[in-house]
Design a protein around this ligand. Structure first.
Ligand code: SAH
Length: 467
């Protein structure tokens, strides 16, 4: 270990910064976050530094002097030439302060780490000056995985430390805390909803210690396929899950991001060929949660857009299982981005409608076609490939122009993505010529003219060339 990390309290302790430029300002911001008693001294303080710090930092515009370092714990020297810096290093050391000279590792007694700041929880990363950018990259990874409200959770736990000590025998305390941090109360605090958490904590403390535990279920959106389109929260939950129940549309790449020893169950269904019935999916989630597990129910796109997420939420609530929702990028927005097009447009589309081409228990959903055919509306059809011909005919019969632009996006955001574009009247021909199998989305409306994609003509050309 080249650097030993210590986390020092600087609250109300004297810190001196020599320098008045941008680097000095950056260090000042760090020190203010640590609530230090801060003095900044420089012959010339840049206007931006002054504007940012005025009122919260003692600003002294003159040459530093030996007396300035008295009782300082830490001194930063920023933006001075090496000779001048060396002189002030000696002065600061003589006053027993720890010194850091920005960008001069050989003059530093300590380095400032990359920091993940979550209030009571801080994580610091050092590369011993070897690769600061690597340190920053690592920090970004950890930032993504450490919940923003980790500090609040630590505060919550701190509040109950004395009671836990009083109520739980020493040999069971560690297990108690482990279960607490994996359990529903912690999940709620992390989610920013503390209603009832204190009552539940008190009940937990007063409950005779049994092995009974209560798990949680998170219903999580996996987005349209590209792992980069996962939310930070979805990634974090995947890495914490004990059990993952996933659908057909969840990509392999996304599953590979999950905790390695999580149990995984495929519960996907293909149209009209239900692999696992809905009630069984729900009862499996309930069973796993009752065993005290952290369950992630992972669904393609957004769980609550044509995803039956609402039904699952209700079933879990009825079973009294703590359940939390995490949205995902739905196919409509994911595919529009993949095709470089907008779904609304100030001139062409003031509304956007998401509709399913496949409804519960009926072959032909009774849709309000005249509303869907309205002008200045972008119509996005999920699960519409097999009904595309009927959809196009109905829209045209209800007043949409046959020349209305359409785009068909298959496997949007994935490596095998396919984008076709054309006119409403040629929609079935387009799907046929492009060999669209699904999952695919239909986008109907003027905005589709702006999509990147192959046309009937270019497909014919390509096939002609290949032949
Ligand atoms: N909850 C999902 C939708 C589930 S319904 C969401 O919010 O995206 C399944 C339909 O979504 C598919 O038939 C297809 O129409 C669409 N879909 C999902 N992922 C897609 C993708 N990557 N590319 C194109 N369409 C997709």
């Amino acid at each position: 270990m080249k650097r030993f990390p210590v986390h020092i309290s600087l609250q109300q302790r004297r810190v001196v910064i020599i320098g008045g430029g941008a680097e000095a300002l950056a260090k000042a911001r760090l020190m203010l976050a640590a609530e230090a008693d801060l003095t900044l001294i420089a012959p010339k303080i840049a206007p931006a530094t002054r504007a940012a710090l005025e009122g919260s930092v003692r600003l002294i515009e003159r040459e530093p002097a030996y007396g300035d370092f008295r009782s300082a714990v830490i001194v930063f020297i920023a933006g001075l030439d090496r000779e001048a810096a060396r002189r002030w290093v000696d002065a600061a050391r003589a006053a027993s302060a720890l010194v850091n000279v920005v960008d001069e590792p050989s003059l530093c007694q300590f380095t400032t780490p990359s920091i993940v700041d979550r209030g009571r929880v801080t994580i610091s990363i050092s590369t011993d000056g070897a690769a600061p950018v690597l340190g920053r990259k690592l920090r970004a990874d950890i930032e993504a995985l450490a919940p923003p409200r980790l500090g609040a959770l630590a505060e919550f736990a701190d509040l109950y430390r004395p009671s836990v000590k009083a109520c739980i025998p020493a040999d069971r305390r560690r297990t108690f805390w482990e279960r607490f941090f994996d359990g529903p109360i912690a999940a709620r605090v992390l989610a920013g909803d503390e209603t009832g958490t204190h009552e539940e904590m008190i009940a937990l403390l007063n409950r005779p210690q049994t092995n009974e535990t209560k798990g949680v279920v998170h219903i999580v959106g996996a987005g349209p396929g590209d792992p980069d389109l996962l939310t930070v929260k979805a990634l974090r939950l995947l890495q914490q899950a004990d059990v993952i129940l996933y659908d057909r549309l969840v990509s392999e790449e996304i599953l590979s991001l999950a905790r390695r020893d999580a149990e995984r169950f495929y519960v996907g269904k293909a149209k009209s060929n239900h692999a696992v019935p809905q009630e069984e999916i729900e009862s499996r989630m309930i069973d796993h949660a009752r065993q005290g597990k952290m369950v992630v129910r992972l669904k393609g796109g957004d769980p609550f857009i044509f995803g039956r997420g609402g039904e699952e939420l209700e079933a879990l609530q009825n079973a009294n299982i703590p359940v939390f929702a995490t949205p995902g990028v739905t196919a409509a927005t994911g595919c529009a981005a993949a095709a470089n097009m907008a779904l609304t447009h100030r001139d062409f589309a003031q509304a956007v409608t998401f509709v399913t081409g496949h409804a519960k228990g009926e072959a032909d959903p009774a849709l309000d076609w005249s509303a869907l055919a309205a002008l200045k509306n972008t119509l996005v059809v999920y699960m519409g490939v097999t009904k595309a011909g009927k959809i196009a005919r109905n829209l045209i019969a209800h007043g949409r122009a046959p020349s209305t632009p359409v785009a068909v996006i298959e496997n949007g955001s994935r490596a095998n993505q396919k984008i076709l574009k054309g006119a409403l009247s040629e929609l079935p021909a387009l799907i046929d010529a492009g060999g669209i199998q699904g999952p695919a989305l239909l986008v109907i409306g003027e905005v589709a003219a702006l999509a990147d994609g192959e046309t009937l003509l270019s497909i014919a050309d390509r096939k002609g060339l290949a032949a």
